[in-house]
Design a protein around this ligand. Structure first.
Ligand code: SAH
Length: 351
């Protein structure tokens, strides 16, 4: 039926590489797939307003174990399977030849590697330069008329959540004149778009002091100094405190990290999403908007909507779904690999 790569120690035993039983899995296949992924991005209308994009999205681009992001010509690679690790040289050579990037950086992905080789150490160093010279300073890039910076050496994940690109623009449309709570703000990307759309004030809330510092810098660089507040706290605790204090916002954004990493964690994660959304909803002014995301792939859109329903019942608030959001086009969903669909969001009008 298909050809793939077997790793008997891995949580995912077989990674399919081709549905053509005669096609060899060799350097030529890796190179062809990489060039095809790059060619698709080049004609993607969703990427015209930015020079930061996911070039290769693993299985969805026929390249299991390989993620590559491009920030203004600086490529960041994540190799997360042994097979992708073995193809390292052809991956780097092909990207280099096709894009002539400023540099190609590799970042090791501990969490994924543990699934690939239980009990193992990371495959390589946490950070390595495969081609060119890595900049010491953060790299600047554009997204929809705004500028952002990514620290390629210490950024979380690959440093910037490209998958939320379209959603930032969608959400911003609700923010003119609004007081906005941006919970799990990371470096304030939602905040920047909200302020560009005329938000009166944004409160960024995150547990990471480093992320909030970058948020403050990014907002000032875009001309929004003095229009935001950064709050470093645990979101669950802080949202509860605000609810008790009677604090309310026109728009509340909830973009938490992944709560469920596998099917065994669904129940616990569902409770956490329900609690978070119950408190988040309580903070929305009547007639205001709740924007809520889940990036847990094992929680599908149907279940997520049911969780929101439970949250609204417990909060005693009625809510209408007015928009459904998903991951950006450079994180495509391959029909033969529906597991690649992971990000879902709901924009709800809360009465
Ligand atoms: N909305 C962001 C991405 C959010 S990533 C964007 O568009 O760029 C998730 C963020 O949640 C991270 O920045 C992480 O530091 C933060 N976080 C994780 N657990 C948290 C908690 N319990 N309380 C507050 N922030 C938390």
């Amino acid at each position: 039926m298909a050809r793939g790569i077997i790793n008997q120690q891995a949580q995912i035993a077989v990674r399919l590489m081709t549905w053509d039983e005669t096609e060899a899995i060799d350097d030529g296949l890796w190179a062809r797939r990489i060039r095809a992924a790059i060619a698709r991005r080049a004609v993607d209308p969703g990427l015209r307003e930015t020079n930061a994009r996911r070039l290769i999205f693993g299985e969805s681009d026929g390249l299991p174990g390989l993620i590559a992001d491009d920030y203004a010509g600086h490529i960041v690679l994540h190799l997360s399977t042994l097979a992708a690790g073995n193809a390292h040289d052809v991956i780097v050579d092909t990207l280099d030849a096709a894009l002539k990037p400023v540099c190609i950086i590799e970042r090791d992905d501990d969490e994924r590697m543990r699934h690939e080789r239980p009990g193992s150490k990371p495959m390589g160093p946490a950070f390595a330069v495969a081609r060119g010279t890595a900049p010491d300073a953060p790299v600047e890039f554009r997204e929809g008329g705004l500028t952002f910076q990514v620290d390629l050496r210490s950024g979380q994940k690959t440093g910037f959540y490209l998958d939320q690109r379209d959603n930032r623009a969608r959400v911003a449309r609700y923010c003119a004149g609004a007081s906005v709570l941006n919970a799990f703000s990371f470096t304030g990307a939602f905040a920047a778009h909200a302020l560009a759309a005329g938000a009166a004030h944004v409160t960024n809330l995150d547990s990471s002091a480093d992320a909030l510092k970058l948020a403050e810098t990014a907002l000032a660089a875009n001309g929004f100094a003095g229009r935001s507040t950064q709050v470093q706290a645990d979101a669950f605790e802080q949202l509860r405190a605000w609810r008790m204090a009677g604090e309310r916002f026109d728009v509340v954004i909830l973009d938490p990290p992944k709560f469920a990493h596998n099917t065994g964690q669904i129940d616990r994660a569902a409770r956490a999403y329900k609690d978070l959304n119950r408190i988040g909803m309580a903070l929305v002014k009547p007639g205001g908007v709740l924007v809520t995301f889940s990036c847990s792939g094992v929680i599908d859109a149907g279940l997520f909507q049911k969780i929101l329903f439970s949250a609204s019942l417990e909060a005693g608030r009625e809510a209408q779904v007015v928009e459904r959001l998903t991951q950006a086009s450079d994180h495509p969903v391959l029909l033969t690999f529906p597991e690649s669909e992971y990000l879902k969001g709901l924009i709800c009008r809360v009465t």
